[in-house]
Design a protein around this ligand. Sequence first.
Ligand code: PEP
Ligand code: MN
Length: 687
Amino acid sequence: MRPAQAAPRLVFRLWIGETMEELERIRHEIDEVDGRILEALAVRRGLAKQIIQAKDHQGAPLRDALREERLLGDLIARGRSRGLDAHFVTRVFHEIIDDSIRSQQLHLMAGSDRPELKRIAFQGIEGAFSNLAGQKFFAAELDNAAFVGFAAFDQVVDAVEDGSVDFGILPVENTTAGSINEVYDLLSCARLSIVGEEVLRIEHCLLAVGDVSLGAIRRILSHPQALAQCMKFLAGLPNCQVQSHPDTAMAVKKVKEENDPTLAAIASEEAGRRYGLTVLRRNVEDQQNNYTRFLVVAKKPAPVDLRIPCKTSLVMATPHEEGSLLKALSLLHNYRINLTKLESRPIPGMPFQYLFYIDFEGNAADERIAEALDRLRSVTTSLKVLGCYPRQHRSRTAPAIQALIEGAPKAAPPAVPVEEPKAAVSYRLASRESKPQDTVIDVRGVKIGGAGFVVIAGPCAVESREQIYHCARHVKECGGMILRGGCFKPRTSPYSFQGMGFEGLELLAEAGREYDLPVITEVLSPADVEAVARHADILQIGARNMQNFSLLNEAGRANRPVLLKRGMMSTLDEFLNAAEYILDRGNHQVILCERGIRTFETATRNTLDLGAIPILKRLTHLPVLVDPSHAAGRRDWVIPLALAGHAVGAHGLIVEIHPEPEKALSDGPQALRFPDFTDLMRRLYPS
Ligand code: PEP
Ligand code: MN
């Protein structure tokens, strides 16, 4: 018996040995490829520096949008022929193009008298978010940079003022916790100039010594700003005491020194790694979109080349009389100046009088801006330009849809002539009368309404991570703009799949982030509106809930666009009155959706009321979409109805797709297969 047993064991061992060898060989090859990628990136960065010198000689603009678009289109085509998807290629080259522009900008900013070594002050110790922001800002020159940490913001300002450092990094605002008032107050008195800005995505981790359980933690240390950004997470830990600390990285260091397993810190993963703590939880911030904006300050202003898109910051006070702020702002408006921020702070020693901090797009060296600033001086009691600096938010070249689906977009549907409605209507805010021009809703850069045509696609319901990622990738690959996926499903039978709830919502949001697609999902209950709005870019109110007035009221209070579907037994007047509820509660971002109504016809699931589209476009300024999926109920009719919706002038579509419709947990028969969706996109955007 023995030899017979030994043989397979030996084979097994040999097989394991071979696989280990194979693994080693592949790893070695990957290391080599990574090395070549790094080499190529370094060569490319060198070429970017040469190109800016050539551009300098010719006075050519820093960016060439057409060239960038062509470049990206070519790369996508070449990537595809090698099996790489368009989204991946776009993401990688966005980073590369961004880096190239950043280093070209630094070159233009540095001029010839650039110091050998840049000393950069920040508040905190190594690993603090200000330190990470500085590293990102000076990424192309890290060899020449020395970072110096200070205990407080005013020490950073002092160090820049007295010349002991060249630059300072100061956080000014966070998208969850708001402005950092202390820094604003320092800026108004400081003798320094803003020379740059940096925006950093802030992802907080809960860090501890070793892999202890969350329940064992009794005390959490962090900077008050970080604690404010994680309030909801902390509220879920009632047995923990929260303690503020001067800086997030210092909190990490302290936890490490104490070596106490009941102690934890909230800080960056980077700080945790640097000081040897273990990540217990990632992304403990209340909002996924948590960003902090930092300013880079120096003793002297740094003139910015007119070719670089710029921002200017100023602080001003207006006379304490009626209409004075309005006068100052309308002056900026007359010069077509786009404000990016307006903040007021109390003037020290003058109760209820305010200083106004303003950021706007433009370069003070530009004649138009210089003239506007001169005129502004005459209507203000004080005005100080804090600095003029390159805008961090660089527009990213998007591949044209035709680069994705080959072919140029069709002309926009003809505009519908606007006529005043004859009879008095019971809805006011929704009517054309109250707002003649089309409402255009901007969802993270995707515009819904007006002249464009938007395509929202995705599965009826989120079913698993694989399924929603698969759909997101396909939507992106075909040029779809927004990802749909139901998480709370209003099903006719209580025994049918009811959706994955919040777990599904997290998957949907994750897939949307991964593929850079805004997401839409249905909310069923007024109590869930706030929580759903935290993850979804658009809230959907379904046909069955069109007249659920408490849901409409709650959605009216949410700060998110709402896609309202027409009830299957509702008239257009009832539809517009339902929209009116949302508008009246203060939310002006309502999108209407015709999804079919009940008639005597049974050949389709519902009857798509195509006539409603031009009529609604005449009655209201709100965008009108078509849902051909729920109208048809059968895949075969979805594409013709979608094309019909486009032809009658809808502002876009919401359509269901599924990788394997026969396995779908809801609405499988009406889901387009992936090739069908590609075909639909080709027909909507023919070459
Ligand atoms: C949906 O979009 O998944 C849905 C349930 O649609 P409706 O409310 O139009 O039936
Ligand atoms: Mn559905």
